[in-house]
Design a binder for this molecule. Structure first.
Ligand SMILES: NC(=O)c1ccc[n+]([C@@H]2O[C@H](COP(=O)([O-])OP(=O)(O)OC[C@H]3O[C@@H](n4cnc5c(N)ncnc54)[C@H](OP(=O)(O)O)[C@@H]3O)[C@@H](O)[C@H]2O)c1
Length: 254
């Protein structure tokens, strides 16, 4: 364990940390001295590569497989995460399988069920985090800028994200007596596998999202991860209950 860094001595669980924003957060936490549980669902090699990079940074990490939309698997993940190092200080609810794509009148029941299972997973993860995170810890839900804009095609995804923001707010009141903070972080369009193939055009935003940024480009996972370091650190000790938008100043139009 590194003794230096803004998260030195902390233990962090990041769901969906083998790729994308979760990977960048896990590595940034490792760089800041946290020991990290790197959750993944399918890509073990990618998760082990993240573990290796965190170890190369001088901290420690383990990869644990679990489907974030499977309640029993999630509960096992949290039980393991609580013991693999000594306790748990930071939880980042990041994994979000699927989009449930479709306009409100066109959503299939299968897509609705799939995204409701994702929501159930988020809620169980918040319950587990609320019970297990040590005094003074931080719980961070990864939301989305899509909650700020009426994108018919992503209405289901955005609705799930709004729901977890509200759960995170309610949880903040319950855990505050123990000095635990519960916040959300809402990235704008960020360059990951999730948006691969999306035409981001000259304004750095997919036309479907309608959220151009002044910087005329999507964000990088590392730019989101640095904000997640801040939220997990003592520097954010007075930042609670709220949602931090990390999107380069994306302009959302209703
Ligand atoms: N990218 C964006 O523009 C953007 C914008 C706003 C918000 N977000 C949010 O940011 C978060 C991360 O997004 P991303 O773009 O990094 O997504 P991504 O590229 O799709 O993330 C993939 C990661 O999620 C894991 N994962 C997928 N399904 C899982 C499951 N059922 N259980 C556990 N892990 C699972 C993958 O594991 P395997 O490698 O094992 O498959 C991988 O580590 C999500 O909550 C997303 O909604 C993203």
């Amino acid at each position: 364990m590194t003794s230096a860094g803004r998260l030195a001595g902390k233990v962090a669980l990041v769901t969906g940390a083998s790729r994308g924003i979760g990977r960048a957060i896990a590595e940034a936490y490792g760089r800041e001295g946290a020991r990290v549980i790197v959750n993944y669902v399918a890509d073990q090699a990618a998760a082990e590569a993240v573990v290796d990079r965190i170890k190369a940074l001088g901290s420690d990490a383990v990869a644990i497989q679990a489907d974030s939309a499977d309640p029993a698997a999630l509960r096992r993940l949290f039980a393991q995460a609580g013991t693999v190092f000594d306790g748990l200080d930071i939880v980042v609810n990041n994994a979000h399988p699927g989009w449930g794509e479709g306009k409100p009148t066109e959503l299939s029941e299968a897509d609705i069920d799939q995204q409701l299972a994702v929501l159930k997973g988020y809620i169980i993860a918040l319950q587990e985090a609320g019970r297990r995170v040590r005094d003074g810890g931080a719980i961070i839900c990864i939301s989305s800028g899509t909650t700020r804009v009426a994108v018919p095609q992503h209405c289901l995804y955005a609705s799930i994200k709004l729901a977890i923001e509200q759960m995170a707010r309610a949880l903040s009141r319950e855990v505050a007596p123990r000095g635990v903070r519960s916040v959300s972080l809402a990235p704008g369009l960020t360059r990951t596998d999730r948006i691969a193939g999306l035409d981001v055009g000259p304004v750095g935003s997919a036309p479907i999202m309608g959220a151009p940024t002044p910087f005329t480009r999507p964000g990088e996972p590392e730019e989101v991860a640095d904000a997640a370091v801040f939220l997990a650190s003592d520097e954010a000790r007075w930042v609670n209950t709220t949602t931090l938008y990390v999107n380069g100043g994306a302009v959302y139009a209703q």
